[in-house]
Design a binder for this molecule. Structure first.
Ligand code: FAQ
Length: 325
């Protein structure tokens, strides 16, 4: 339905302007906030950047939950810094979305009432410390795989936000891998925990790249507009190829009996995640969907007095300025 809406929006645009716009994209010239852009391009960016921002914010919940329980002071400090980085990423992205004419409050309200999504991965729980290692290794690993090409995305503010974000994401992935390394080299029980975390988070991590190319409604148009630089399956394949040797180094086993190096394609053959589960999580039926939205709604309600106070202060300043004029 969304794809249809974008198509009908596109047909409203002046064909000459559309052709000029496409030529600019094809020449790798960045689109900036005040430039003319097709309505469908603007709406798609709001959806993708907004969803991305919400993912960074909701993504703090599964890890924030472990800050007080991290095993050492050093681990606490590292995790705290990582979770704070995610908040910062959310803010860069909301700021980029705001340049498209939507406010942060509007985006937040759309998240809270279910009109906007966040990444499926954050609807899975983090049950123990090994999960925090696996989140850093796999979830941040998948996020980087998707975000590095987005540094070249066609919309200037999004592209610049991604450059800053990617610098921090590599640190996040390293800290996760470091936790996994310690667990995998630890006692038998710790190694088992690391393997169990990998077993549970492997397929949800593969889902982060979105549905298969055959099912992806937005890929064709978004790649033509260079909002997206690669298809979902291309990035998923790169992620598998990068992660398998990392698992081998840890002495852990990827939970996939069909995983096999394919010389002809120069990559691994692997099993798809359960797509029924993926679409079910998107519909709100994942293990933690309710908890995550409750937490975000509570934060929004608890913060109402701060927003009201800031508005009252701004109003007071405005009235004082008017009186002085
Ligand atoms: N979860 O046609 P496509 C992070 C939806 S950042 C939920 O293929 P598209 C950092 C999609 O919206 C993680 N929904 O869509 C971190 C569409 O819905 P609609 C977030 C998904 O946009 C780490 C429908 O399915 N990263 O983790 C998902 O071309 C640790 C059809 O799909 C980004 O957002 C999903 N996984 O491609 C933070 C990156 N996949 O509108 C804290 C930017 C698909 O038809 C801790 N986004 N959908 O109702 C993108 O690159 C793209 O939007 C994709 C999806 C690749 C996610």
């Amino acid at each position: 339905m969304y794809a249809q809406m974008i198509k009908s929006e596109a047909s409203k645009d002046d064909p000459e302007k559309l052709a000029e716009f496409q030529a600019k994209i094809d020449a790798d010239i960045k689109v900036e906030p005040r430039d003319w852009m097709p309505e469908g391009y603007r709406k798609t960016l709001i959806r993708q950047i907004g969803q991305h921002a919400h993912s960074e914010i909701v993504g703090q919940l599964p890890e924030g939950n472990w800050i007080t329980r991290a095993p050492t002071l050093e681990r606490k400090m590292i995790l705290l810094a990582k979770v704070q980085d995610e908040a910062g990423h959310g803010l860069y992205l909301y700021a980029a979305a705001e340049t498209l004419g939507v406010s942060r409050d509007e985006l937040t309200e759309m998240l809270l009432d279910g009109r906007m999504k966040y990444s499926s991965i954050f609807n899975y729980p983090t049950l123990n410390w090994a999960d925090i290692g696996a989140v850093g290794w796999l979830v941040d690993g998948a996020a980087i795989m998707n975000q590095v090409p987005l540094q070249r995305t066609s919309y200037g503010p999004y592209s610049r936000a991604m450059i800053r974000i990617c610098k921090e994401e590599s640190f996040h992935q390293r800290q996760g891998y470091d936790i996994m390394m310690k667990m995998a080299q630890g006692t038998e029980a710790q190694k088992k925990m690391a393997q169990d975390a990998l077993n549970r988070l492997w397929y949800p991590s593969l889902m982060m790249f979105g549905p298969s190319d055959a099912e992806s409604v937005h890929s064709t148009q978004n790649m033509a507009w260079k909002i997206k630089m690669n298809t979902n399956d291309e990035l998923r394949q790169k992620f598998v190829d990068q992660t398998v040797p990392q698992a081998e180094y840890l002495g852990l086993t990827i939970p996939d009996e069909n995983l096999k190096w394919n010389e002809d394609k120069g990559g691994y053959d692997y099993s798809d995640p359960d797509w029924t589960e993926f679409f079910n999580v998107l519909k709100g039926n994942g293990p933690c969907n309710t908890d995550r939205l409750e937490a975000r709604n509570k934060a929004w309600d608890d913060g109402a007095w701060v927003r009201d106070g800031l508005m009252a202060h701004a109003e007071k300043k405005r009235a004082a300025k008017t009186a002085a004029e």
